[in-house]
Design a protein around this ligand. Structure first.
Ligand code: ZN
Length: 572
């Protein structure tokens, strides 16, 4: 395949492409003469090439995560992620440098240009092979954790398939499922720890090569965190410790009393505290899809239409199957202007929230696609997670059957309680993961597996209160090994905390004026990446903040709302 004009190139034409096929297309953009009169055409061509190649890579990644056991799909995914994309990024640095050298600027590209400048400043040739190595080792994390199964009453089950047992009313059954999950991770813990050491060493080398003393300062720069610092994150940890952790403790205390237990053990956090069977919002994935379609249409008719497009075009892979990678994600096909949602639904309440969450990302992709250039569409994660977490909250009033959703009146109350309690628990969890990663990078002992595990226990007990973990240190330690972000996407986590604080503000606004809050939310999504984070948050009608006072007020609102729903959820 040689030099098809960029305007005629499609992702399908690149399915089998190697770097040798793609390199000349980038090289042409590197070599093409360019001046003030032609730079916009040059930018548009580059954007289109980027769209097409990243979409072909996304299609290969989707095919692999949907079927990790197929060697051909794995090879295609690796061809893109380990061979093509890193080399492409190398030439993109040259393209970005040409753009920077030209002095070209435009207000709706200023965030993108600042990102290019940062990437150019951080680029080191010697880091290219190190990043390739990281990609290869990252595939090992998926392999070590994706295929884990346990023998359960003589039947082989995946770990996601054990999730429903953690919500069972039978305490012994819950404990067995909890221990089976932890034991399975403990059995691969040594492998995961040495994998982490390899990744840690590679990342430290990358940071040093780029002139940074530790990985944390490198991570903040390379993630283009222009609007906050590690000190702001420490303020966030302190705020969570001061106002969220005590609220979590109250939630756990109430749960322990409702359950009539002397101590609340980690396997007691999942079930209904009144001893009722878990809510089964759907039996078949088709019911999950139809219900979500109805609920999202109530938030805004446009969201219902966009979700319908995803249904019609096969852009949802939601059921659990052996060999599928764990977790859930939403990936954007940049050329088609379509999102794809991946998850492992087993019929629990969490599946509904996960799909609503990913739908928020999907609507972001739809709305931002109106921006002409690929870099103008995808803001950083603090904004992306605002889109998804807000959708969980904005959709919550419509989850009842009377709106075409999933729940009876009482189930709706139970679901609201679970969601709002989870918001508090998640803020604590985010602070744990972020503070732990900060310790790994800056504490001096991040390379020591035993010290790392002990640090996790210390950090965890700062934020996770009200649960009795005595005698379960080994099980508690496995928790961080299950946090794939720490392995695959280091420092990608505080975004969830920042975004939750933003999402809670959007929800607060919606309690005052629903239509206005949704309209501002949609408007902010459509801005894509054309404004700074504080400006995007302002456009959505909220504040970009780490302030303990704001966080404290939002926690108070969540607790007030919880009190209202507790009554309705407990009524027999
Ligand atoms: Zn998300």
């Amino acid at each position: 395949m040689s030099l098809v004009p960029i305007s005629a190139l499609t992702p399908a034409a690149l399915t089998e492409a190697t770097w040798d096929d793609i390199r000349p297309l980038y090289q042409e953009l590197v070599d093409r003469p360019m001046d003030a009169g032609t730079i916009e055409t040059w930018l548009a061509d580059w954007s289109r090439l980027e769209e097409v190649v990243t979409e072909a890579a996304a299609i290969a990644m989707i095919a692999y995560t949907c079927d990790t056991a197929d060697p051909a799909k794995e090879a295609a995914h690796l061809r893109f992620s380990a061979e093509i994309l890193p080399r492409m990024e190398e030439l993109e640095v040259e393209l970005a440098q040409r753009l920077l050298d030209s002095g070209f600027t435009r207000p709706d590209l200023s965030v993108s240009i600042a990102r290019f400048r940062t990437a150019a400043e951080l680029f080191r040739q010697e880091n290219v092979p190190l990043n390739t190595e990281i990609e290869e080792h990252s595939a090992r994390y998926q392999k070590l954790t994706g295929g884990l199964t346990v023998s359960w009453d003589g039947v082989e089950k995946t770990l996601p398939e054990l999730q429903p047992y953690l919500q069972a009313t039978d305490r012994g059954l819950r404990e067995r499922a909890f221990r089976a999950t932890c034991d399975r991770y403990a059995a691969v813990q040594a492998d995961l720890a040495s994998l982490f050491d390899v990744l840690f060493d590679l990342r430290v080398r990358i940071a040093r090569n780029a002139g940074f003393a530790d990985y944390e300062s490198y991570a903040f720069r390379s993630k283009c965190r222009f609007d906050y610092t590690p000190a702001d994150c420490r303020r966030f940890h302190e705020a969570v410790e001061a106002v969220v952790a005590p609220a979590v403790e109250r939630v756990m205390h109430r749960r322990r009393e409702r359950m009539g237990l002397d101590t609340l053990r980690p396997w007691d956090t999942g079930p209904d505290p009144e001893g009722r069977e878990p809510i089964r919002p759907f039996r078949k994935v088709s019911e999950l899809i139809d219900g979500s379609r109805a609920v999202l249409g109530h938030v805004a008719p446009a969201f219902g239409r966009q979700f319908q497009i995803m249904m019609d075009e096969g852009l949802l892979d939601l059921d659990v199957r052996k060999g599928k990678a764990p977790g859930g994600y939403c990936e954007t096909l940049q050329h088609r202007g379509r999102p794809f949602i991946f998850m492992n639904a087993v019929g629990v309440l969490d599946d509904v929230s996960t799909l609503l969450h990913e739908a928020g990302h999907a609507f972001h992709a739809f709305e931002a696609h109106a921006q002409p250039l690929v870099w103008q569409r995808h803001p950083s994660l603090e904004m992306c997670e605002l889109a998804s977490m807000s959708m969980e909250l904005l959709a919550s009033p419509y989850l009842g059957r009377s709106s075409g959703g999933f729940f009876t009146e009482q189930e709706l109350a139970r679901a609201r309680v679970e969601h709002l309690e989870d918001v508090l628990v998640t803020l604590s969890h985010v602070a744990s993961v972020d503070a732990f990663q900060s310790w790994i990078s800056t504490g001096g002992e991040g390379r020591d597996a035993a010290a790392r595990d002990q640090a996790w226990l210390r950090v965890r007990s700062r934020f996770e209160r009200g649960i009795d973990w005595s005698g379960l240190e080994r099980e508690r330690i496995t928790r961080w090994y299950r946090q794939l972000h720490i392995f695959l996407y280091p420092y990608y986590y505080i975004e969830y905390g920042i975004a939750q604080v933003g999402a809670l503000q959007i929800w607060r606004n919606s309690l005052r004026d629903r239509a206005a809050a949704v309209a501002r939310y949609r408007g902010a999504l459509a801005l894509g990446n054309t404004r700074s984070l504080p400006e995007l948050y302002r456009a959505a009608g909220v504040e970009f903040t780490f302030d303990v006072k704001v966080i404290g007020e939002l926690v108070a609102l969540v607790e007030e709302e919880l009190e209202r729903w507790y009554g309705a959820s407990a009524a027999a």
